[in-house]
Design a protein around this ligand. Structure first.
Ligand code: ADP
Length: 598
């Protein structure tokens, strides 16, 4: 824009300059010509007048002739106000008003003389060395009896005309300079009033094109350009608003996509992956950097998955499937493939939604296993009760001794059944978190003493010694009933799995937090026995429901296989942790850490 304007101005100025110069040259030559023309006429007239008064046939010696004509010339110069020269027919100078005739060479070959001899009058303009000026020469032949006897020549300086032409030039050039100055001023004004605002508007428009919406045109006029500026500003406002809205929508959509648990992958018409959210990256084990822009069949995905996409592209119908993925980790995925249709297009790509249903499937499996386990566990005592009752009915009642032992078995089994059902109900209650914990301060020494008392009878029946070691001033915050359940379960297991004459001990310690914050202090319960111990391979599984290391022995001890599972759940609810150390034949130690306060 600027360059263009500058070039235009230059061309404009050059045109003005050239035309002024042309006018100048034309005027100067016109002026000179007409001046010379009128000067010529005047001089010719003067010459003719002079001619009537001059005698060109003066006689006498050369000297006398020279003197005579020189005098004549000087005399005439006064009235004609021009240089006067008398010449002989052969061109020799006889007299000159301004120069010594004797010193002048022959003028026979001067232009005006040759012309005068030929045409009857001769003119010439030339720079005269002898006078040092531009001169106009006019010469007339002097006739006498049909013969040319000499020439009379007038010469006048052209200094005057040259001066006035110079003046004309001064005026013209001055005018030109003034025109240029004016042009510069006008172009500046024009630039300031029109070009500059337009340039500003253009640059703002350019910024808008480059998506910089914060620029505005400063409008301080109400003319068309001002209106244009206002319109541009309004456009920028609305664009900015729209852009903000779009960006807001986009970021909202993006955060939805990014925070979705499901993986989302979008494939365009050409089969290229164009979108991949964070969950999809995680599920597929590839970053979007690696996958975006790639064709789906070059994305190094599991063969069946690629096949499924191909199938959906071909059928353009919704497909739902479940598939086990082995990379980056083994998991079960629910895959939903949806063809996307956009307005005006029958098909614009494919949207794939991936759900990780590993946990759901695992839970389902666990649940059905649990149901199977429960039925199995319930069946065993019921079968025993039923079998022994049948035998009694069939006649065993008569044998008092046998009948008694059978009834004892029936009683034991029903007792076991009762415990089992009690434990199952308890576990399901805890798992479903139907009963919230009731935290209260517990003075641990009397509390633990009380738990041991409950189990005293059981322990002394097996001649097992029970000991406790609890600081007398230790208090903690916990659900009293649940904590009792935990300790009694573990102590009772200790008694159950310890041979006669063994020992079961419990100790409690206050463990100050490493951070120094009292809120993070812990209480550690250590329950130790000198029992049969747990084999290493079973340790990771003992907290599972119904898991028993030795079914037969557990049966003898009347265990349900649910005790540790319940303990683990209750400790979790207290935000605590439990660890086991055990050596077969030596004993087992359970360590529980729980927060001192909640
Ligand atoms: P159970 O009702 O059979 O005792 P638990 O869930 O309480 O069920 O325990 C699971 C299994 O862990 C038990 O069957 C037993 O084999 C083992 N176990 C638990 N506590 C001890 C212990 N103190 N010493 C040895 N084995 C134990």
């Amino acid at each position: 824009m600027n360059m263009f304007r500058a070039r235009l101005t230059l061309i404009f100025m050059a045109l003005i300059g050239a035309s002024v110069l042309a006018v100048g040259i034309f005027m100067a030559s016109m002026l000179r010509n007409s001046y010379i023309e009128s000067l010529k006429l005047n001089m010719e007239r003067e010459l003719r007048i002079i001619m009537t008064t001059v005698n060109m046939q003066q006689t006498g010696t050369e000297e006398e002739k020279l003197e005579f004509y020189t005098k004549q010339a000087e005399l005439l110069k006064k009235s004609a106000d021009a240089r006067v020269t008398f010449l002989q027919a052969d061109g020799k100078v006889l007299g000159d008003s301004d120069r010594k005739a004797s010193e002048l060479e022959s003028h026979a070959n001067r232009e005006e003389i040759i012309e005068a001899a030929r045409d009857g009058i001769g003119y010439a303009t030339r720079y005269s060395d002898s006078v040092g000026k531009n001169l106009l020469y006019v010469a007339l032949p002097v006739p006498s009896g049909g013969e040319t006897v000499g020439f009379l020549r007038l010469s006048m300086s052209l200094t005057e005309i040259d001066n006035s032409i110079r003046n004309v030039w001064f005026v013209l050039l001055g005018g030109l300079a003034a025109v240029f100055a004016l042009a510069a001023l006008i172009s500046y004004r024009v630039a300031f009033n029109i070009t500059r605002p337009i340039e500003l508007i253009t640059s703002v428009a350019q910024q808008i094109t480059d998506m910089n919406y914060k620029y505005r045109v400063t409008v301080n006029k109400k003319d068309e350009i001002g209106q244009l500026g206002t319109a541009i500003n309004r456009m920028a406002d609305s664009l900015q608003l729209q852009m903000e809205r779009i960006l807001e929508d986009e970021s909202r959509l993006k955060s939805v996509l990014e925070n979705m648990i499901s993986g989302v992958v979008m494939i365009d018409r050409e089969g290229k992956i164009v979108l991949l959210n964070r969950s999809a990256e995680e599920i597929l084990g590839f970053s979007s950097m690696e996958l975006l822009g790639k064709r789906f069949d070059q994305a190094k995905q599991q063969y069946e998955f690629t096949q499924l996409i191909q199938e959906c592209i071909e059928s353009r119908e919704h497909i739902r499937d479940e598939m086990v993925f082995y990379f980056p980790s083994e998991r079960i995925l629910e895959i939903n493939l949806n063809p996307i249709s956009q307005q005006g297009q029958d098909w614009s790509g494919l949207l794939i939604v991936l759900h990780d249903i590993t946990a759901v499937r695992r839970l389902e499996r666990m649940r059905s296993e649990f149901v199977a386990n429960v039925s199995h566990e319930l069946k065993t005592p019921i079968a025993a009760v039923k079998g022994f009752a049948e035998t009694l009915l069939a006649g065993a009642l008569n044998d008092k001794e046998t009948a008694r032992s059978f009834l004892q078995i029936i009683f034991d089994e029903s007792e076991r059944l009762n415990r089992l059902i009690g434990d199952i109900l308890e576990l399901s209650k805890i798992e479903s978190k139907r009963i919230p914990l009731q935290f209260s301060p517990i003075h641990l020494a009397p509390f633990v003493h009380n738990c041991i008392n409950v189990l005293n009878a059981q322990a002394s029946a097996k001649d097992i010694k029970m000991t406790m070691e609890v600081p007398g001033d230790l208090y903690m915050e916990a659900d009293e009933d649940r904590l009792r359940q935990i300790l009694i379960n573990l102590l009772s297991n200790g008694i159950n799995y310890t041979p006669e004459g063994g020992q079961v001990s419990i100790s409690v310690q206050h463990v100050p937090s490493l951070t120094g914050l009292a809120e993070a202090d812990q209480v550690r319960f250590t329950i130790n026995d000198t029992g049969i111990g747990i084999p290493k391979k079973d340790i990771p599984r003992i907290f599972e429901r119904f898991y028993r290391v030795d079914k037969a022995r557990s049966r003898v001890s009347g265990g349900t296989g649910l005790g540790l599972s319940i303990v683990k759940h209750l400790i979790d609810l207290h935000k605590g942790s439990i660890r086991v150390e055990s050596e077969v034949g030596v004993g087992t130690t359970f360590k529980i850490d729980m927060p001192l306060i909640h």
